[in-house]
Write a protein that binds this ligand. Structure first.
Ligand code: GLN
Ligand code: ZN
Length: 768
């Protein structure tokens, strides 16, 4: 009998308690041998497959598991090895694989970058004109056979498609795109044929590039490529999988010569659903319906989704033509909620991590096959769990609601223009030309981290801890004065993390114990949950800032994390619009800014290092996002007096799409990362005449290397070719928390010396 199937697109690698991370790091630090490592990761991999089977998933992926990154795996599979790591190995050794990802003593690692609009980072494949694509080892075949032999599972291999793979790669000239593609396709065919012969029925080919706004000529490539693949492996069924957004060219895509199409009905819901309804779905294909959110942590509204699936079932034309899936790989969510023992049950019952999401897919599939009555109990329980959180006090803070309702459409605006503020502030602060400052944090040494641990474990009293923090602040105020920095910071010693610190003090946030997700390689992050109405409950930073300011006559910047960054680095409730959450956070920060101003902190920096990464994938959505981001930032900052100086900071350098929004933040001073990308950003300011205070980072803080005075000067001098010295600040790329004091202090000394020399040169020039 024809049945709907449940399918998974990808499972988290890291393990319920980050066992994977530990295995990797132990291997890298030689604490375990290669054999032990391989045995460990194999056991993990098999346990994930088994778990998915126990949950009841019909189509379980293989090939999604990785020892570092799935894009790197695909590149390595096809021999796309950077020249500097290519030692002519037939099979790529584990050592080479990790060297590409992490670098080694002779060669720099490959670059990594964000995977679409997620917080996952992939290794960018490097292809040179010398690169000869070839199959190094068919790891998918190994994994497929492993699942079959060890567990009797006929898995669905997952592979990144050739077009997305090449589009994400760098180092080759665009005119070689076709040639490279022609070289890759026979290799894909060979890999797929081997899988088919080993018993695979379906393979999932991911082409997420299809959700981007693609030019005609790129879109046109899909048909011949997939025709060639289809002809090359006639018996194997191909699922072309997209995710993270709707596809623009729906009509062309559903006609491609494949056996199934996977669409995202969460992040691309409106447009994908509209397209299915308007144009129908081809009768000869499977529709893989991504109806369960693969990127957020909330329970699915199963009743609503069930109704949607009934519509999709109609469109697909039969139960054997529909799969129920998450909207993307579950790589982006934590593994399971079951280990969370300390969460408020009202919240916990409304959460679903990877395992629970697969359970939801299975439930929905069951309902479609057996009739809705078969899942009534589950639907009711689901409804109750969601409603309980919805109706709880957490989500019904009337004071916050009222403030939100009162917001107008116009952008909040500073009382005085920048020109006026500039004059007032120049008089108030009396800073030299090219003032020097830092970005906020100073080294988080072992002692600082130990102090936090002592407090957490109850070995220190709060008073002891506070005294330690005060001593650190005092020590570093003195260090900064001795170095000769003009605008000081307190050093952020009391902060573990720039979002968590605020989340712990604001209402509406919660923290899990094991809610980790992979960020890159073995690095995992544990994002806070913004689950309720966000509200300020009292000063968060005033004590430290005011104390620091009391120690010096130089200005000390107050230091906050901005609303957009707090949003983008959290898992966020999805029952209200993004702009409402931005504004709730902004209103809370507004109260903090106000409290700082009251405490006579006259410069306040509101960091937005994640503003750019929330930029939507679709062109038509970018403007709205940026508008909302600017609105929230200004809501938090723009009410201050003209003689309060608002700073912001961003540590990335791709500004082309956002420069106007950055200008619209209307900050008095912005610091931007620049040295890390070798000053590339400087050219942006040839075209865009930026007129407010700005500091382009004059040295890269990611490296322990101490930059020389001349090196720092050369960055400043290059920037001064396009920016007026009257608005220019001298600062490092980012905060110094990851550096050691013996690296930070001499580097800052050189920075101050460089500033002095450039100032001197400028005044000599004016005299001449
Ligand atoms: N103020 C923060 C710091 O210096 C900024 C961090 C960041 O930009 N990521 O650490
Ligand atoms: Zn930064």
């Amino acid at each position: 009998m024809a049945t709907v199937l449940s399918a998974n697109l990808g499972y988290p690698r890291i393990g319920e308690k980050r066992e994977w991370k530990r295995a990797l790091e132990h291997f890298w630090s030689h604490k375990i041998s290669k054999d032990e490592f391989l045995a460990k990761v194999k056991a993990l991999r098999l346990s994930y497959l088994k778990k998915q089977r126990d949950i009841g998933v019909d189509l379980i992926p293989v090939g999604d598991f990785s020892l570092y990154d799935h894009v790197l795996d695909t590149a390595v599979l096809f021999g796309l090895i950077p020249d500097r790591f290519d030692q002519g190995e037939k099979e790529i050794s584990l050592e080479t694989y990790f060297s590409i990802a992490r670098g080694n003593k002779d060669a720099e690692a490959s670059e990594m970058t964000k995977w679409f609009d997620t917080n996952y980072h992939y290794i960018v494949p490097e292809i040179s004109n010398r690169t000869q694509p070839r199959i190094t080892r068919n790891r998918l075949l190994d994994l497929f056979q492993e699942a079959k032999q060890e567990l009797g599972i006929t898995a669905k291999p997952v592979i990144l498609g050739p077009i997305t793979l090449l589009k994400l790669s760098k180092g080759y000239d665009q005119e070689h795109f076709r040639t490279l593609l022609d070289a890759l396709i026979p290799l894909y065919i060979k890999v797929l044929n081997e899988l088919h012969q080993a018993g695979a029925e379906w393979v999932q080919i991911d082409e997420p590039i299809l959700v981007k706004t693609l030019p005609e000529e790129d879109l046109a490539v899909f048909k011949p490529v997939y025709q060639q693949i289809k002809n090359g492996v006639p018996g194997l069924k191909l699922l072309l999988q997209t995710y993270f957004e709707a596809v623009d060219a729906y009509r062309d895509i559903v006609q491609l010569p494949v056996d199934g199409i996977g669409l995202d009905f969460v992040y691309g819901k409106a447009a994908n659903l509209a397209a299915v309804k308007k144009y129908g779905f081809p009768a000869d294909k499977v529709l893989a319906a991504g109806v369960i959110d693969g990127r957020n942590v909330w329970k699915n509204d199963l009743s609503a989704t069930f109704a949607e699936l009934e519509t999709l079932l109609q469109a697909a034309g039969g139960k054997d033509k529909l799969w129920v899936t998450p909207s993307s790989s579950l790589l982006h969510v934590p593994v399971t909620i079951t280990n969370e023992k300390e969460l408020d049950p009202v919240l916990k019952n409304a959460l679903a991590f990877a395992d629970e999401k697969l359970g939801e897919a299975v439930t929905l599939t069951h309902g479609l096959n057996e009739g809705k009555a078969a899942i009534t109990g589950l639907l009711e329980a689901n409804k109750k769990d969601i409603e309980t959180l919805q109706q709880s006090a957490h989500r019904n803070n009337q004071a916050v609601r009222k403030e939100l309702d009162q917001l107008g459409d116009d952008l909040p605006t500073r009382p005085g223009s920048y020109r006026l503020r500039q004059q007032i502030q120049a008089d108030a602060f009396n800073l030299p030309l090219l003032p020097t400052t830092t970005i906020g944090s100073f080294p988080q040494t072992t002692e600082v981290r130990q102090a936090r641990r002592n407090l957490r474990k109850g070995e220190w009293t709060k008073a002891q801890y506070d005294q330690f923090i005060r001593d650190e602040i005092a020590r570093w105020i003195k260090i900064q004065e001795e170095i000769g920095i003009d605008v000081l910071v307190h050093g952020e010693f009391e902060r573990n993390d720039m979002v968590e610190y605020f989340g712990e003090k604001l209402a509406g946030f919660a923290f899990t114990r094991f809610g980790w997700v992979q960020s890159y390689g073995s690095r995992c992050v544990k994002p806070p949950l913004i689950f309720g109405d966000v509200a300020w409950t009292g000063p968060m930073t005033v004590k430290e800032s005011a104390f620091a300011q009391s120690l010096t006559r130089l200005p000390v910047k107050g230091m906050l994390t901005g609303p957009v960054t707090i949003y983008n680095w959290s898992f966020v409730r999805n029952d209200i619009p993004q702009a409402d959450v931005f504004n709730q956070i902004a209103l809370a920060l507004q109260k903090e800014v106000h409290a700082l101003e009251e405490a006579d902190i006259r410069m306040i920096q509101v960091d937005e290092p994640a503003l750019r990464e929330g930029l939507p994938l679709k062109e038509e959505k970018k403007k709205g996002y940026l508008h909302n981001a600017v609105y929230a930032f200004r809501l938090a900052t723009s009410f201050v007096n003209n003689d309060t100086q608002i700073h912001t900071h961003m540590c990335y350098s791709e500004f082309d799409e956002i420069i106007e929004a950055i200008d619209a933040l209307d900050t008095d001073v912005i610091s931007i990362e620049a040295a890390r990308s070798h000053g590339e950003i400087i050219s942006t300011f040839e075209d865009f005449k930026y007129k407010k205070g700005i500091g382009l980072g004059v040295y890269d803080i990611h490296s322990p290397r101490i930059p020389s005075v001349d090196e720092i000067k050369s960055y400043a001098e290059r920037a001064l070719k396009v920016l007026d010295p009257k608005i220019f600040w001298i600062n490092p790329d980012c905060g110094l928390k990851t550096r050691k004091p013996e690296e930070a202090i001499p580097a800052l000394k050189n920075m101050v010396e460089a500033a002095k020399e450039v100032r001197q040169e400028l005044s000599d020039r004016i005299e001449k």
